[in-house]
Design a protein around this ligand. Structure first.
Ligand SMILES: [Zn+2]
Length: 148
Protein backbone atom coordinates (compact mmCIF):
# COMPACT_ATOMS: atom_id res chain seq x y z
CA UNK A 1 0.00 0.00 0.00
CA UNK A 2 2.75 2.45 0.95
CA UNK A 3 4.63 1.68 -2.21
CA UNK A 4 1.54 2.61 -4.24
CA UNK A 5 1.16 5.87 -2.34
CA UNK A 6 4.83 6.70 -2.84
CA UNK A 7 4.59 6.02 -6.57
CA UNK A 8 1.46 8.15 -6.81
CA UNK A 9 3.20 10.96 -4.93
CA UNK A 10 6.00 11.04 -7.46
CA UNK A 11 3.53 11.04 -10.32
CA UNK A 12 1.04 13.68 -9.19
CA UNK A 13 2.85 15.89 -6.71
CA UNK A 14 2.43 16.84 -3.10
CA UNK A 15 -1.19 17.99 -3.04
CA UNK A 16 -2.62 14.76 -4.39
CA UNK A 17 -0.20 12.82 -2.25
CA UNK A 18 -1.61 14.41 0.91
CA UNK A 19 -5.19 13.79 -0.24
CA UNK A 20 -4.45 10.16 -1.08
CA UNK A 21 -2.65 9.48 2.19
CA UNK A 22 -5.60 10.99 4.06
CA UNK A 23 -8.08 8.74 2.23
CA UNK A 24 -6.00 5.63 2.88
CA UNK A 25 -5.62 6.48 6.57
CA UNK A 26 -9.37 7.00 6.93
CA UNK A 27 -10.19 3.69 5.27
CA UNK A 28 -7.67 1.65 7.23
CA UNK A 29 -8.65 3.15 10.60
CA UNK A 30 -12.28 2.27 9.89
CA UNK A 31 -11.24 -1.32 9.20
CA UNK A 32 -9.03 -1.42 12.28
CA UNK A 33 -11.93 -0.55 14.57
CA UNK A 34 -14.42 -2.93 12.96
CA UNK A 35 -15.85 -5.57 15.26
CA UNK A 36 -16.40 -8.04 12.42
CA UNK A 37 -13.37 -10.19 13.19
CA UNK A 38 -13.62 -9.92 17.00
CA UNK A 39 -14.52 -13.21 18.79
CA UNK A 40 -18.03 -13.42 20.24
CA UNK A 41 -16.87 -13.57 23.87
CA UNK A 42 -15.27 -10.12 23.54
CA UNK A 43 -18.31 -8.76 21.73
CA UNK A 44 -20.43 -10.06 24.59
CA UNK A 45 -18.23 -8.32 27.17
CA UNK A 46 -18.60 -5.07 25.22
CA UNK A 47 -22.36 -5.39 24.97
CA UNK A 48 -22.60 -6.10 28.70
CA UNK A 49 -20.61 -2.92 29.37
CA UNK A 50 -22.85 -0.94 27.03
CA UNK A 51 -26.02 -2.17 28.67
CA UNK A 52 -24.72 -1.38 32.17
CA UNK A 53 -22.73 1.82 31.63
CA UNK A 54 -23.75 3.27 28.25
CA UNK A 55 -22.23 3.43 24.76
CA UNK A 56 -18.52 2.76 24.31
CA UNK A 57 -16.32 4.01 21.48
CA UNK A 58 -14.17 1.30 19.91
CA UNK A 59 -10.82 2.70 18.77
CA UNK A 60 -8.89 -0.38 17.70
CA UNK A 61 -9.45 -4.07 17.10
CA UNK A 62 -7.38 -5.67 14.37
CA UNK A 63 -3.84 -4.42 13.78
CA UNK A 64 -1.94 -6.52 11.29
CA UNK A 65 1.44 -7.62 12.66
CA UNK A 66 0.92 -5.77 15.97
CA UNK A 67 3.48 -6.48 18.68
CA UNK A 68 3.38 -5.87 22.41
CA UNK A 69 5.49 -2.78 23.02
CA UNK A 70 8.79 -3.57 24.73
CA UNK A 71 8.48 -7.36 24.45
CA UNK A 72 8.37 -7.99 20.72
CA UNK A 73 5.75 -10.69 21.24
CA UNK A 74 2.73 -10.75 18.94
CA UNK A 75 -0.15 -8.73 20.34
CA UNK A 76 -3.68 -10.12 20.51
CA UNK A 77 -4.56 -7.27 18.15
CA UNK A 78 -2.59 -9.06 15.42
CA UNK A 79 -5.11 -11.92 15.53
CA UNK A 80 -8.13 -9.68 16.20
CA UNK A 81 -8.58 -11.07 19.71
CA UNK A 82 -8.35 -7.69 21.42
CA UNK A 83 -10.41 -4.50 21.56
CA UNK A 84 -9.32 -1.03 22.64
CA UNK A 85 -12.21 1.22 23.56
CA UNK A 86 -13.20 4.35 25.43
CA UNK A 87 -15.83 3.85 28.13
CA UNK A 88 -18.73 6.30 28.48
CA UNK A 89 -17.58 9.67 29.92
CA UNK A 90 -17.15 9.57 33.69
CA UNK A 91 -17.50 5.78 33.84
CA UNK A 92 -13.85 4.79 33.38
CA UNK A 93 -13.20 3.57 36.95
CA UNK A 94 -16.52 1.74 37.17
CA UNK A 95 -16.00 -0.04 33.84
CA UNK A 96 -12.46 -1.07 34.82
CA UNK A 97 -13.54 -2.50 38.16
CA UNK A 98 -16.45 -4.30 36.49
CA UNK A 99 -14.03 -5.82 33.96
CA UNK A 100 -11.58 -6.90 36.64
CA UNK A 101 -14.23 -8.98 38.35
CA UNK A 102 -16.23 -10.10 35.30
CA UNK A 103 -13.96 -10.36 32.27
CA UNK A 104 -12.13 -13.69 31.94
CA UNK A 105 -9.38 -12.52 29.61
CA UNK A 106 -6.81 -9.74 29.77
CA UNK A 107 -7.63 -6.23 30.93
CA UNK A 108 -5.23 -3.37 30.33
CA UNK A 109 -5.55 0.24 31.37
CA UNK A 110 -3.51 3.32 30.49
CA UNK A 111 -2.69 6.57 32.16
CA UNK A 112 -0.58 9.59 31.17
CA UNK A 113 -3.01 11.00 28.63
CA UNK A 114 -4.43 7.81 27.11
CA UNK A 115 -7.74 6.90 28.70
CA UNK A 116 -8.73 3.86 26.70
CA UNK A 117 -9.19 0.34 28.01
CA UNK A 118 -7.79 -2.82 26.39
CA UNK A 119 -9.50 -6.19 26.63
CA UNK A 120 -8.53 -9.48 25.01
CA UNK A 121 -9.56 -13.12 25.28
CA UNK A 122 -6.14 -14.43 26.25
CA UNK A 123 -5.20 -15.56 29.77
CA UNK A 124 -6.66 -13.53 32.64
CA UNK A 125 -4.06 -10.89 33.39
CA UNK A 126 -4.20 -7.27 34.47
CA UNK A 127 -1.76 -4.55 33.48
CA UNK A 128 -1.42 -0.83 33.65
CA UNK A 129 0.80 1.32 31.47
CA UNK A 130 1.69 4.92 31.09
CA UNK A 131 1.08 5.91 27.48
CA UNK A 132 0.36 9.02 25.50
CA UNK A 133 2.14 11.60 27.67
CA UNK A 134 5.68 12.95 27.75
CA UNK A 135 7.93 12.73 30.77
CA UNK A 136 5.21 11.89 33.25
CA UNK A 137 6.24 8.26 33.51
CA UNK A 138 9.66 9.26 34.80
CA UNK A 139 8.26 11.69 37.34
CA UNK A 140 5.76 9.12 38.51
CA UNK A 141 8.32 6.33 39.02
CA UNK A 142 10.60 8.71 40.94
CA UNK A 143 7.85 9.78 43.29
CA UNK A 144 6.80 6.13 43.70
CA UNK A 145 10.33 5.30 44.84
CA UNK A 146 10.31 8.14 47.28
CA UNK A 147 7.01 6.98 48.68
CA UNK A 148 8.37 3.63 49.49
ZN1 LIG B 1 -5.08 -2.97 22.94
Amino acid sequence: MLRIIRAACLAVGLFMCTALAFTVTTVSSAEASSLTCVPSDLKQTLSQIQSQFGPVRVVSTFRKGARIAGSGKPSYHASCRAVDFYPPPGKHAQVVSWLKSNHRGGVGTYSCGAGHIHIDNGPAYRWHKCAGGKGRKHARSRSAKRAG
